[in-house]
Write a protein that binds this ligand. Structure first.
Ligand code: XMP
Length: 510
């Protein structure tokens, strides 16, 4: 399969670049910007993209690629810091003087431009808006290059069409740049001469064959949480090595309404051994009287390991451990592929003393959106494939303070109402749920004064879950949610809507 190599210089959009390339049917991989030219030759990419980055190229300590990459004859596109690297390393000039540009700016093409015009020599490019995010800028292009566009303050792009080296100061990978995706497409198809052979269907066949070859007739164990990654991992393995996979699903009792049974129903019908460990009362005993959130997380994490260990021990020796590691996990950990056993579902790490001769990570080259697509193709139901993120310790950190069975049951019912009503929105929040606060409040139901729980509804809009804003839910929907909760749930007297954003508040309450 043809590949495009994304060399990472610390830019925040590296994964977006790699995903955009894949969405254009060309496989992409991300590597640190400093890898050697020998390693690049082994990868044999059809094109290289240099990402943005936070540093200044003219400083001694700034990260730079092996200068020999410019002699490989492989087409190169530098974005932002990437363009400045090209200029600086090939004899042009980059300066930090003058004003920066942060936001959308007008880019004016000044001559024929290979990444924008359809046919070379035909100047049909019009001004367009592009996302800029820089202070440094190229003030003189290197010999052999021509500036192809500018904004009011900077050279916005440059080409050396003869050497197939291109730079753009703006970010074509974000939707705030008009026609940005087409620029990447032109780089891939017109410059790198890609065929576009990355198709998810073929890729699934490839993974299944690889799994068959590497596992043979051995047995594989998987800790299944019911989250997207471990579920798709299980579905793929059951296709590749039917009846050789055992999934252990630890039900800690902090799942949402009906969730444990739904997971069991889906996986019981596949060609795998599904073991559900019902450890609800065991977990509840462990967290009895505990109020502090981090202590709850720690106790649940440790107990998860114990339960998993005990269930695995009963199975005898299983040589392979499968994990739903996905590509961003590997990119974020600096490319340490398969080096460590990933902490399961953030509940806790799997025990070190479990002896496996090999880790199997069939999703390790895929992005989340691709994992969801594969799940869909393998016939997994929508509720599993399009699940919103759900914390490993589950509802235990959504019952504020001390946890009891009664509180958990109440929260499950309230949460089901919140999700059902918000699911009706055409544009759903990215995460939405209910929280059982540890406050009681007076209310009046019928002719009776009641003193019952206050529940909070949380619905946030976010792309990265690092920052988030509360969703401005239509009042009509809020009214329905409140009416349903206070009428249908006996022990709730009041509903509040959480209008705080992150930061300073977090998405979860604990
Ligand atoms: P916060 O509350 O930190 O949450 O704004 C950010 C995202 O992380 C999820 N989250 C967790 N996920 N184990 C998990 O697996 C946890 O202990 C945990 N705590 C928070 C949260 O749901 C949100 O998506």
């Amino acid at each position: 399969m043809e590949k495009v190599l994304v060399l990472d210089f610390g830019g925040q959009y590296k994964e977006l670049i790699a995903r955009t390339i894949r969405s254009l049917k060309v496989y992409s991989i991300i590597k640190p910007g400093t890898i050697s030219v020998e390693e690049i030759k082994k990868i044999a990419p059809i094109g290289i993209i240099l990402t943005g980055g936070p540093q200044s190229v003219y400083l001694e300590k700034s990260v730079k690629p092996d200068p020999a990459i410019f002699e490989l004859g492989i087409p190169i596109l530098g974005i932002c810091y990437g363009m400045q690297l090209i200029a600086h390393m090939l004899g042009g000039e980059v300066s930090g003087e003058g004003a920066g540009e942060y936001g959308q700016f007008n880019v004016l093409p000044t001559r024929e431009w290979a990444l924008v015009t359809d046919k070379f020599g035909v100047h049909n490019a019009k001004p367009f808006k592009a996302l800029m995010s820089h202070r440094d800028k190229v003030v003189r292009v290197p010999a052999g290059f021509v500036p192809t566009s500018h904004t009011d303050t900077c050279i916005a792009s440059m080409d050396n069409h003869h050497k197939k080296i291109y730079g753009v100061q703006f970010h074509p990978e974000v939707s705030l740049t008009q026609g940005g995706k087409q620029i990447i497409q032109k780089f891939l198809y017109n410059i790198c001469e890609a065929r576009g052979d990355y198709k998810l269907g073929n890729f699934i066949k490839g993974i299944i064959k690889e799994l068959k070859d590497s596992i043979g007739d051995k047995k594989v164990l998987l800790a299944l949480s019911g989250g997207v990654d471990s579920s798709v991992c299980a579905a793929l393995l059951s296709k590749a090595i039917p009846n050789q996979l055992t999934c252990i699903f630890v039900d800690h009792g902090f799942m949402r309404q009906g969730e444990g049974d739904e997971v069991e129903q889906v996986f019981s019908n596949m060609d795998l051994d599904f073991i559900r460990v019902n450890a609800q009362s065991r977990f509840l005993r462990k967290v009895e009287g505990v109020e502090e959130p981090e202590t709850k997380r720690k106790i649940i994490g440790e107990e998860f390991i114990r339960v998993f260990e005990e269930a695995a021990a009963k199975l005898g020796d299983i040589p392979f451990l499968a994990q739903g590691t996905i590509y961003p996990d590997i990119v974020e950990s600096g490319g340490a592929h398969g080096a460590t056993i990933k902490s399961h579902h953030n509940v806790g790490g799997l025990p070190d003393n479990l002896k496996f001769s090999k880790l199997v990570e069939p999703l390790s080259s895929l992005f989340k959106d691709e994992v969801r697509k594969i799940g869909k193709r393998l016939g997994l139901p929508d509720f599993l494939v399009n699940r919103q993120p759900f914390p490993g310790p589950g509802l235990a950190i959504r019952v504020v303070g001390e946890i009891t069975k009664e509180k958990l049951d109440t929260l499950r019912e309230v949460d089901a109402i919140v999700r059902a009503e918000l699911d009706k929105l055409s544009k759903k929040p990215n995460q939405y749920f209910a929280v059982l606060t540890n406050t009681k409040s007076v209310g009046v139901k019928g002719d009776d004064r009641v003193y019952d729980y206050v529940v909070a509804v949380r619905a946030v809009v976010t792309t990265d879950f690092m920052t988030a804003t509360y969703m401005k839910i239509p009042y009509k929907i809020l009214d329905t949610i409140v009416n349903r909760i206070t009428s249908e749930i006996k022990t709730v007297s009041r509903v509040v809507y959480d209008v705080s954003s992150k930061p300073p508040s977090t998405i979860e309450w604990e």
